[in-house]
Design a protein. Structure first.
Length: 131
């Protein structure tokens, strides 16, 4: 179970963004974040195995930026650690850092998906004839 810190901050960011851009806008950017981040998280191991450290650093950087927007500091820190280590000439701990980053995202992804589902449900008409 993920500690509540990141998820509490995420909830606060969701409230602020809902006020600023509305539930439809929030649903759109959260949906994009979820798809993009899952794609990037899935790319981490192939990039590590292929020893493409520049692409690995860029991938981690992109994850880091999205995590920062949504207040996911643990995910942001894990992505930063991968980004920095991938830029070093020697980085024997990089596989462990990649595993940590993947685990951090896996820990928060279900809650993020659930929140997006709640947002979508809030502005979907309940009667199909209203659509």
């Amino acid at each position: 179970m993920k500690p509540p810190g990141d998820l509490m901050r995420f909830g606060q960011v969701v409230e602020t963004l809902t006020q600023d851009i509305g539930p439809e806008g929030l649903s759109e950017i959260l949906g994009t974040f979820l798809v993009d981040t899952r794609t990037r998280v899935d790319a981490l191991l192939p990039l590590l195995d292929g020893r493409d450290s520049r692409a690995l650093a860029r991938c981690a950087h992109a994850i880091r930026g999205g995590a920062a927007i949504f207040g996911l500091q643990d995910l942001e820190r894990a992505a930063q650690a991968v980004e920095v280590a991938a830029g070093l000439p020697e980085s024997p701990g990089l596989p462990l850092l990649v595993d940590t980053l993947r685990a951090e995202y896996s820990a928060v992804e279900p809650s993020l998906q659930a929140k997006r589902g709640e947002i979508l449900a809030d502005f979907r008409p309940s009667d199909p004839s209203e659509a």
